[in-house]
Design a protein around this ligand. Sequence first.
Ligand SMILES: Nc1ncnc2c1ncn2[C@@H]1O[C@H](COP(=O)(O)OP(=O)(O)OP(=O)(O)O)[C@@H](O)[C@H]1O
Ligand SMILES: [Mg+2]
Length: 487
Amino acid sequence: MNWTGKDMKELGIEGVSSLVEENEMLRQEVRVAREAGEITAQLVVSQFEQTEEALQRLHIANAQRQAVFDAASQMSIIATDEKGMIIFFNTGAKNLLGYSEAEVVGKMTPLPFHLESELVERGRELSEELGRPVSGLDVFFVSALQGRPNTREWTYVKRDGTQFLVEMSITAVRGPDAAITGVLCAAMDITARKQTEEELRGYQEHLEDLVEERTSDLEAANKKLVREIAERKRMFEQLQQTQQELVQKERLASVGQLAAGVAHEINNPLGTILLFADAMRKETSEGDQKREDLKTIIDETIRCKNIVSGLLNFARQQEVLAQEVDLHALIEEVIQQLQVRREFEGVSIVREFSPSLSSIQADPGQLKQVFVNLLDNAADAMDGRGTITITTRAMDRRQVEINISDTGRGIPEENLSRLFTPFFTTKPMGKGTGLGLSIVYGIIKVHRGQISVHSQVGQGTTFTVTLPMRYSAGPSSREETPSSLIG
Ligand SMILES: Nc1ncnc2c1ncn2[C@@H]1O[C@H](COP(=O)(O)OP(=O)(O)OP(=O)(O)O)[C@@H](O)[C@H]1O
Ligand SMILES: [Mg+2]
């Protein structure tokens, strides 16, 4: 405060002393104030220095962050402020999206980098989840605020319009008061990965196709193999059967030749024996011992002649005089012929003839021999008591089947394979020659038919004969002998 002389006069002495006091106080205050000012200045300086240091640290941290973000050149990192305006755009974002930092920072939001359709779709999903409408930039903020991993695939649109797939995670950026100050979108180009996945999937599908193809190939090969095995088994069985038949035929052929020779040589002497024995018997008187002896000679000679005629039948059977034969009439004729015999007295014969069966081509004399032999054997097996059933049927247009079943004693397993062998018999000496079935077999074979037998001891036996309806001579039986077949 500046005082003038006039002012002093007006104040008086008391006034002056109080002014002096006041002045002293002011001086005091000024001193205090100066000291305080110095302290404040020092404080300001030190605070300034601290701020400088903090700024320095912040600058370094910023540079480091920028370096880290830029180092991730394959990853696009975009940060926005709370309004969605881009405030950070790293080198990766520049590389992937084709925009410069200057074009985007502070000038645009990330919306142009996205497909409108995907934003709408994601907005719709979030709207449904939250129960309120979410669209546009809000999609990013709401996603970021969801607070859980929200990495998902998005389509990014480059500056030139090209589109590519990215995997993007959105994180909320918060200020010191935890309030949201923006979002950080980190995205990675997954085109290559997708392509690899696609190729892998394609390769896998190709592999699956290959496996399927191979499996069906294998299945087909397996089926073929099974078929081939079955076919081979069938052929093997057929071969075995043919072999057995050939062995049988060979036996028959050699026995036939022998029989023809022996029969020819023996038949005439037998006739002479019979003639003379009968003449001698006629010369003896009743009760004479010689008469009995001569009867025995005659009986035995007749038996020999029967055997010989059987052998001749066997030897002659190869010749077939085929003609149309009414099969049922022929069987009936044989039945009538046999039924008068004592062996058939207690035997009832059941006929199950197929009405659709007409005539067949065969040698009637030989066919009769077949049925006589089979019916004879059947009656014998039943000891003259039981039922014989004769069944006929047309198997197809080319073959007939005749079954002759009896209710007799049956055939033991071990005899089944020897039945058709010449001279095999179980009948007591003098009762059977064992030629019956081998003659039957020979006749059926020259007619190109088949014969088989099923039997169970104590139950009965069934002989099954199949014959072709049309007779075909084919190669002669001589040509069919094993040596000529093999040679
Ligand atoms: N229906 C049948 N039931 C049981 N055994 C049978 C039957 N047919 C044949 N056999 C058996 O087969 C053997 C051979 O028969 P095959 O007709 O060849 O000769 P055989 O009857 O003994 O003599 P032959 O026929 O010369 O009088 C018979 O002895 C008998 O043991
Ligand atoms: Mg017999």
